[in-house]
Each structure stands twice: as structure tokens, then as C-alpha cells.
Design a protein around this ligand. Structure first.
Ligand code: ATP
Ligand code: MG
Length: 356
């Protein structure tokens, strides 16, 4: 007997620039179980700067995952990120949800550098009584053409998208389900992908800051490609340390040196964002950094973050609080793929009827 969610949870589909990830979970009696996890690589030019360039390749890949997971026609949550999304914390006079829905477009207009007609706007009340008759609201605006691009590839691949989330919110959602954080702690969560680093700060259990940085592991792949004059696939193998690909220890040393330099640049960007957050918020020193995303596995990145931010850095396990049946999944394989699953798990935690 299933107690909750007769209609099941949403399929979480994370369309990243280097790989598509699909996760399905089941909730029973307040705990979670993994039903499906599939991962499919994309060619490097299929998605560029958050825009779908090669529709055929992306649709084909998602279709394979849908087939593998047996989720054709299932309601799905997607995520977008990057410059097509504007997130802003607003302080507004206390009002009801209905009043907020009515006024948010008008409020949003002044923060959006695009025509208001070209964006979908949504708002979440963070704190209904922030004091002095004000409330804290998180406003999210997303460019309609980008949303419809992602929705249409999912539809073409046989899914039924019903929620469009923001990557960093999905990552934070995944984090909160897996880790309990003392309410008074401020922490940063970074989703380090191939071409973006999504930065989120949680403070007092609420989203305090978000920022998307246009950098990631693909920068390192490109540098390795250039340095050794090798293909994208070879450079990826060099980077991830597939042992047979590192023909000599000299090559390994060179890769490590390039990695140090590129990771240092990435951390400079992250530090700039987090410094900005600290400088503009009242009660916040970041106490810890949690990482998800494929490039979070770069040892040089973790080292540089620890050294420069002077806080403990930890890789998140998105399946920490999710039951996995060892008869259905290769646990070793799953744990190795876990870093790339963060956003997809966060999306799969969404219930139908959650606000977008
Ligand atoms: N073991 C590893 N060590 C270092 N980097 C890795 C490892 N495994 C994967 N990566 C890198 O992680 C990246 C893929 O991670 P992820 O799937 O999170 O990115 P994405 O979602 O496709 O990208 P984005 O969200 O930026 O569009 C690739 O750049 C890949 O080379
Ligand atoms: Mg990603």
C-alpha cells in the first residue's frame, strides 16, 4: 500500500551541457527510494551558453534515457540556469499570496533587463513577517524562449514537463533532504558542472543568495585539448584520470599543473561571488562549502576552495538519505556517478503541485 503520492513523484530531468541526467524517486511513509537513474553524454556543441544548439542530439539522448528508465509520458520537472534566469530577493510590504501574484509582474519589471513580456515571473514568500510590515520574497524570472526550448526537447523525447525549476534551487533542495543543517549556520552549496557553476547560500534554513558563474570543467577540458593537441574525448579522459589514458607520469604532472591553474581561476570567481554575499548581508560568514556536480570531483578545485575560503569543503552525496536497492542498481557505479546526479535528484524530489 502506498500512503502518499498516489500519482508518484515527478521525473527529474537535468539537461546539462555535457550530459543529461534522469532520476525517478518514490516516496513512501516519508522516506525516499530510488526507482531510476540514467545518464547520457552530449557532444560538446549540443548546448552552448545554456541554449540548445543541436536539438536532434539532445532529444535523441533524452529519448534513450526515457526508454531505459521506462518513464515515457510521465510528468517531469526540468531546470534552467544561467543568464536567462534572474533571481532577486525582494522586501515587499506584507500581503497575501493572491495580492503577491497580482503585483509581482509589476514589482519584477524594474529588476529585469528584458522586456517583461518575454519572461515568466514567479515568486516565493521566504518570510511572511520579516518585521516592520515587510515580507521577504524570492522573485524568479525566466526567459520564455529558453523555457520553451527546454520544455520542447523534453516533450519531443516523450516526457510531460509540468515544472520548470532553477538548477541551484534543485541542488539546494537535494542538499537539504540529505543533510541536516543547524538553523543558525550559513553555508554555500556549489554545483560545479561543465560550463556553469551555480552558487547558492543557505542562511537560517533559507536561500540567502544565488549566482550563476559561466565557467566549469569544460574550460579545463579545452585547455588540456589545446596543450596536448588531443580530441575532446581524449582530453576528458586525461582530466578524469582514466589511468590508461595518462601515457606517462609526465603527462599526469602536466594535467595536474593545468588543473591547478584553471581551478584557481574558477575559485577566484566563486570567491568574488561569496565575498559579495558576505559584504552585503547582515549576519553571515560562510561556515562551510558543499559541492555537487561532475567537476566538484576535481581535487585541485577542492584544495583551492579550502585554501582560499578557509572553510571545510565537502562533496555532497545526493543519495545519502535515499534508499537504493542493491539488486536493482550497481551501487559502485551509482556512487561514482553520484556527483553529477545532484540537480536531477533535487528535481525528482519535487511533488506535483509544488510551485515552480
Ligand atoms: N572524475 C572527474 N573528475 C573531474 N571532472 C569530472 C569527473 N567526472 C566528470 N567530470 C566533469 O564534470 C563535468 C560534467 O558534470 P555535470 O554533469 O555536473 O555538468 P553538466 O550538468 O553537464 O554541465 P552544466 O550544468 O555546466 O551545463 C564535465 O566537465 C566532466 O568532464
Ligand atoms: Mg549541470
Amino acid at each position: 500500500m502506498r500512503l502518499f503520492g498516489g500519482r508518484g513523484n515527478l521525473v527529474g530531468l537535468d539537461i546539462g551541457s555535457s550530459a543529461v541526467k534522469l532520476v525517478r524517486l518514490r516516496e513512501a511513509a516519508g522516506s525516499w527510494e530510488l526507482l531510476a537513474f540514467s545518464l547520457g553524454q552530449l557532444p560538446p556543441d549540443a548546448i552552448v551558453e545554456g541554449r540548445v544548439m543541436n536539438f536532434t542530439a539532445v532529444i535523441e539522448r533524452i529519448r534513450e534515457l526515457v526508454r531505459e528508465a521506462g518513464v515515457g509520458g510521465v510528468e517531469t520537472a526540468l531546470a534552467i540556469s544561467g543568464s536567462s534566469v534572474i533571481i532577486k530577493k525582494l522586501s515587499l510590504p506584507e500581503m497575501t499570496r493572491a495580492e503577491l501574484d497580482e503585483s509581482i509582474m509589476w514589482e519584477a519589471e524594474q529588476y529585469i533587463p528584458f522586456d517583461i513580456k518575454d519572461v515568466n515571473v514567479d515568486a516565493q514568500i521566504l518570510n511572511p513577517r520579516a518585521g516592520q510590515g515587510q515580507m521577504d520574497v524570492l522573485m524568479v524570472a525566466a526567459k520564455k524562449d529558453v523555457v520553451s526550448e527546454y520544455v520542447s526537447v523534453a516533450v519531443e523525447a516523450g516526457l510531460r514537463p509540468v515544472v520548470v525549476d532553477v538548477s541551484i534551487f534543485a541542488a539546494l533542495n537535494m542538499f537539504e533532504v540529505n543533510y541536516s543543517v543547524p538553523a543558525d549556520q550559513t553555508l554555500a552549496c556549489l554545483n560545479v558542472g561543465a560550463s556553469s557553476i551555480n552558487v547558492g547560500v543557505l542562511s537560517g534554513g533559507m536561500v540567502a543568495f544565488t549566482r550563476d558563474i559561466a565557467s566549469g570543467g569544460a574550460v579545463l577540458t579545452a585547455e588540456i585539448q589545446k596543450h596536448f593537441n588531443v580530441s575532446y574525448e581524449e582530453a576528458e579522459a586525461f582530466k578524469t584520470g582514466a589511468e590508461s589514458s595518462l601515457s606517462s607520469s609526465t603527462v599526469a604532472r602536466e594535467v595536474a599543473r593545468i588543473s591547478e591553474r584553471v581551478c584557481d581561476q574558477m575559485v577566484t570567481e566563486v570567491q568574488r561571488s561569496l565575498d559579495f554575499f558576505v559584504a552585503t548581508s547582515i549576519k553571515a560568514d560562510i561556515g562551510r562549502i558543499f559541492l555537487t556536480g561532475g567537476s566538484a570531483q576535481l581535487p585541485a578545485l577542492i584544495r583551492a576552495l579550502e585554501r582560499r575560503m578557509e572553510v571545510p569543503v565537502e562533496l555532497v552525496n545526493p543519495f545519502r538519505n535515499i534508499a537504493v536497492d542493491a539488486r536493482r542498481f550497481d551501487i559502485d557505479l551509482l556512487q561514482r556517478a553520484a556527483p553529477v546526479a545532484g540537480v536531477a535528484v533535487g528535481l525528482a524530489l519535487r511533488r506535483f503541485g509544488d510551485g515552480a
